[in-house]
Design a protein around this ligand. Structure first.
Ligand SMILES: O=P(O)(O)OC[C@H]1O[C@](O)(CO)[C@@H](O)[C@@H]1O
Length: 483
């Protein structure tokens, strides 16, 4: 028996190995039916008004949750025709004029940007010629750590390129995009200051652009104040959009604009997924159904580790993005009534086939406490045939004349079948191909799914109080270091 939810776009949620006898059952779902209705009503309310029961901002004041508005580019919305045009104009302004962009950010101010970069540009973007990049600049990331070595290597790399260009009588130009909702994150700001200073000392032409909370007055972020004082252009992280949901707004889209990513198609994919998730009928609503199955798998069958395992290198960053989404949204000590619940699934990044040679032993024979969530591409834009280079070597001749995607799919199917044969839960999202549109569908589905699961588990999926604990220790520790 195969269980699949297929959307008109061709996007498939295959839950064959997560649902049925010995897995999450129809009876389990039936027993959750009232709570599924309530969850759906709560998310419908959130979509309409932004209100989420009990959700407070970091300062303890009620805060709206507005990420579901982002796919809809309309006048008066957070994303509107003018704001999207401004992003596109910014991207166009860099073509054939800026050599390199460095995008600074961490967490939600980095992970989504990296996904869009990987899917659109791939690993070898920076070694392509300007013409091959269609005039768009090279792109580097920084601030995703406080790493002395990599930061120094990045500066040296940019300085080397500048020397080469200046030697041929031209100017080398770098744009630094500093992304931070709070505007003062240590990792981002320290890396930015180190890189900016070093480039300016090397007489490299530097333009700075910021993305931060646009609030004015007493709530103005440090980064916004800097931008205002220095005259740097600023994009916005709107109120009501938390970092891990911000790939659909200026935060994620600004880096995307610098490489010619199809912003319209990405938001159209998110929008179509939102439409597909309007129904309260769980088995027709992929976000609600995914949330229900994962919630039941964890609560009833103790599968509280989620291995997120796309098959394909350029999708690894989707797994990394999902780690923050799942961990910060659902890893909660208390429910909304203040009861201690220690809710959440531990997210783990895996990549097929790479991790079949590293993690699969544990997935197959370790504790039965995991759900493996595969992501598969049905079609690849390029698909080399394995040539029959050594016909006399039987073992190699066996795999010859297969396409690489046939081998990849066979590996995934075998992994899923072996796991299922031992009652190890798994499921797959199947994208028709790797495109901005289908990526928009996938990321939005996952974002909406954690919102639904927050309702099922009765936890606030939109705060992250746990990250304050170390920050309270770190602040004074840094001050003490200076003293
Ligand atoms: O965009 P900011 O404010 O620099 O924050 C970066 C990340 O740090 C966190 O606040 C956690 O420390 C994330 O929620 C956020 O995405």
């Amino acid at each position: 028996m195969t269980y699949r939810l297929t959307l008109p776009s061709g996007f498939i949620y295959d839950y064959t190995n997560l649902f049925g006898e010995g897995k999450v059952t129809a009876e389990d779902l039936a027993s959750l039916s009232d709570r599924l209705d309530q969850a759906h009503a709560a998310i419908t309310q959130m979509r309409a008004t932004g209100e989420v029961r009990g959700h407070l901002s970091k300062d303890g004041t009620p805060e709206l949750v507005l990420f579901t508005q982002l796919p809809y580019v309309e006048d008066g919305n957070l994303n509107n025709p003018a704001s999207i045009q401004r992003l596109k104009d910014f991207g166009q302004s860099l073509r054939y004029s800026t050599d390199a962009v460095v995008s600074f950010g961490i967490g939600g101010s980095y992970l989504g940007n990296k996904v869009l970069f990987d899917v659109h540009a791939g690993e070898f973007w920076n070694s392509k010629s300007t013409a091959e990049r269609n005039g768009y600049p090279e792109l580097y990331f920084s601030g995703n750590n406080i790493d002395p070595q990599r930061t120094t290597d990045l500066i040296d790399c940019l300085k080397r390129k500048a020397i080469q260009k200046v030697a041929s009588g031209e100017t080398y130009k770098v744009t630094l995009i500093v992304i931070s909702k709070s505007g003062s994150t240590l990792d981002t700001m320290s890396s930015f200051m180190v890189v900016c200073d070093a480039l300016q000392l090397a007489n490299i032409t530097v333009q700075v652009v910021t993305v931060t909370d646009p609030a004015e007055g007493a709530n103005r972020t440090l980064l916004k104040k800097l931008a205002d004082d220095q005259g740097w252009p600023s994009f916005s992280v709107p109120d009501g959009v938390g970092g891990r949901f911000s790939v659909f707004c200026d935060v994620g889209l600004v880096t995307a604009a610098c490489i010619g990513f199809d912003i319209d198609a990405f938001l159209a994919g998110a929008r179509d997924m939102d439409q597909a998730c309007l129904t309260g009928e769980p088995r027709s609503n992929p976000a609600l159904f995914n949330a229900a199955l994962k919630y039941l798998a964890a609560e009833k069958y103790n599968r509280d580790i989620e291995i997120f395992m796309p098959y394909g290198d350029y999708l690894k960053s989707v797994a990394e993005w999902y780690v923050q989404l799942l961990a910060e949204s659902l890893g909660k000590r208390a429910d909304r009534e203040g009861n201690t619940v220690y809710y959440g699934r531990t997210p783990v990044v895996a990549v097929g086939t790479t991790d079949m040679h590293a993690q699969t032993q544990q997935h197959q024979d370790g504790k039965k406490n995991k759900v493996v969530q595969f992501v598969q591409l049905a079609d690849w834009s390029t698909n080399p045939l394995v040539p029959n280079v050594f016909p006399a070597v039987a073992k190699l001749a066996e795999i010859a004349d297969l396409t690489m995607s046939q081998a990849l799919d066979a590996a995934l199917d075998s992994n899923a079948e072996a796991l299922a044969a031992d009652n190890r839960f798994n499921a797959a999202f199947i994208l028709p191909r790797l495109s901005a549109y289908h990526l928009g569908e996938l990321l939005y589905l996952l974002a909406l799914s954690v919102a639904y699961e927050g309702e099922l588990a009765n936890v606030d999926a939109f705060d992250q109080p746990g990250v304050e604990a170390y920050k309270k220790i770190l602040g004074p520790r840094l001050k003490a270091l200076k003293a």
